[in-house]
Design a protein around this ligand. Sequence first.
Ligand SMILES: [Ca+2]
Ligand SMILES: [Ca+2]
Ligand SMILES: [Ca+2]
Length: 175
Amino acid sequence: MYPRQLSRNSLTSLAAFLTLAIFMVAPSSLDAQEVGSSIAVRVARGDANADGFLDHADLRVMMNVLLGTMPPPVSKRDLDVNRDGDFNSRDLLALTAELARAGYARQRIDPTLERAILGDADDDGSVTPEDVFALAYAIAAGASPAAPAEAVDLNRDGRVDEFDLELLLLWELRH
Ligand SMILES: [Ca+2]
Ligand SMILES: [Ca+2]
Ligand SMILES: [Ca+2]
């Protein structure tokens, strides 16, 4: 979904644009030390429509995301039902099996507590310039990045938006 190789030039251009943007909005507050630190996150595997339940509606959402007819409404972690670090047709099969195991009854989700790294938007285990791009692409596409929302909501206002992107970029520029 994202370009695998990102040039220095495109990062510099994005940095210049966002630095300008930062001067045009009220600065958000963030203890920049926190970016890169490990935090606990709630992950709801398979609850693709984020309604707190596992059922056929989630299968439909996952199928549409796989077909590219809708952006992922939740974090890729939430879609990674078989926990292999990726989201693909195997997760659709894993969710189908899970629904069958429960006799196709609607199940309430009990999210498992997992760890994530603050600012690691592409969820690869470290905070790098590629995370700025991953977050920028996700916000522009109206989709969720690979990381759980708690890991990229850097100003903790309950939304993942351009303010969080600015904070991540500022952190990247300082490191
Ligand atoms: Ca659901
Ligand atoms: Ca998977
Ligand atoms: Ca936010």
